[in-house]
Design a protein around this ligand. Structure first.
Ligand SMILES: [Mg+2]
Length: 367
């Protein structure tokens, strides 16, 4: 324990939950029928902070052993110090991937805890650059029928006021132009269609599809090729129609990943996920990098957990209102934000990030 600790961390608990999707889901490179949520609670000074991540359930064990040992007695007021000690604790098992998701959840819990100890909303503790954040509806899985696809996308526009909505492509490349055309007709002229190939295409395929999609004013082409192919992303970015931005970054687990992606000129907008990239601490580091590269940042999935950090990020575009996570957040967390005119805002009457986990409701999903 730090001898000067004002609020030493006294407990760290993690639990995994597996929640079935409402329908089978797939994108260009993956298919799933459930989502695993790992929830973390951290205690200090009579308060409890909450964090979570969407990952594999096995990470709960790592959190309750190596990460718990690392932050035991750490000062909840000094989150950067706890972040550093967690990074060192996982050095020999690899900082990226699973370990990073665990660190992300703990870091978020510690930021929530500190804000609660100070009795302020997390966005007040971080300092706000804006009062609310635009969202874009995201789902449109390749398993959906055309009717399911168009109903979901138009719902986000008509019901929630989203100016942009995103669909998955790449499972059946021959069908993509038709599905994109039907989706565009359904959302109307005033909304912008985004597509996400999850790295399913080659550079040549992606460029051919980009030409076809331009007829439907597709404004965002996410992971047209693998995010690991930075030169390929850059080639697509340089040759895609001017109306179409290239986006990637959801698999970033550390700041170095974003430095390489931004230095390569691979994207028009960079995406980061607070449940993977190092929690609030990692997300704000990516935000600073994006700002220094004059590139906008967009939050990937987990919209409720991103909200306060998104309000603090200097150069922030929008948050992904992802079907699976929005569904889980509204079912299992009190305080999950509701969209109004295509935006969500922090509840300033609640300390921390304002979310409370409904353990009893979640018990049936315990892994
Ligand atoms: Mg994506």
């Amino acid at each position: 324990m730090s001898p000067r600790a004002q609020a030493p961390v006294t407990a760290l608990r993690a639990r995994a939950y597996t929640i079935p999707t409402d329908r089978p889901e797939a994108d260009g490179t993956y298919a799933w029928d459930s989502t695993t949520l790992v929830v973390v609670h951290a205690e200090a000074g009579g308060q409890t902070g909450l964090g979570y991540t969407y990952t594999h359930g096995s990470i709960a064990a790592l959190i309750e052993t190596a990460l718990k040992e690392a932050v035991d007695g750490a000062d909840a007021m000094d989150v950067p110090a706890a972040f550093a000690v967690m990074q060192r604790a996982v050095r020999n098992m690899g900082r990226q991937g699973l370990a990073a998701t665990g660190i992300s959840a703990v870091d978020t819990a510690l930021w929530d805890l500190k804000a609660k100890l100070l009795d302020v909303p997390l966005c007040t503790l971080l300092g706000r650059a804006r009062d609310d954040v635009p969202i874009y509806g995201s789902g449109g899985f390749t398993t959906y029928t055309i009717d399911e696809l168009t109903e979901q996308l138009s719902g986000w526009v008509e019901r929630d006021g989203c100016g942009c909505v995103k669909m998955k492509i790449g499972t059946h490349p021959d069908e993509d132009p038709t599905r994109v055309a039907k989706a565009k007709i359904a959302i109307g002229e005033n909304a912008t269609l985004f597509v996400d190939a999850n790295g399913a295409y080659t550079v040549k395929q992606a460029l051919a599809q980009a030409s076809a999609f331009a007829a439907y004013n597709v404004g965002w082409f996410e992971e047209p090729v693998s995010s690991d192919d930075l030169a390929g992303l850059r080639r697509v970015r340089e040759r895609a129609p001017d109306c179409m931005e290239i986006a990637a970054g959801e698999y970033g687990y550390e700041t170095d990943y974003y430095r390489r992606m931004l230095n390569a000129g691979a994207v028009d907008v960079v995406q980061a996920d607070v449940t993977r990239c190092g929690g609030i601490s990692g997300f704000l580091a990516v935000a600073a990098l994006a700002d220094a590269h004059h590139i906008d940042l967009s939050g990937h999935c987990a919209p409720a957990l991103h909200l306060h950090a998104a309000c603090a990020a200097q150069r922030f575009r929008h948050l992904e209102w992802f079907h699976d996570h929005m569904r889980i957040e509204h079912r299992l967390f009190d305080g999950a934000p509701m969209p109004k005119d295509g935006r969500i805002a922090p509840d300033l009457s609640r300390p921390g990030h304002g979310l409370t986990f409904k353990e009893q409701d979640a018990a049936q999903f315990a892994a």
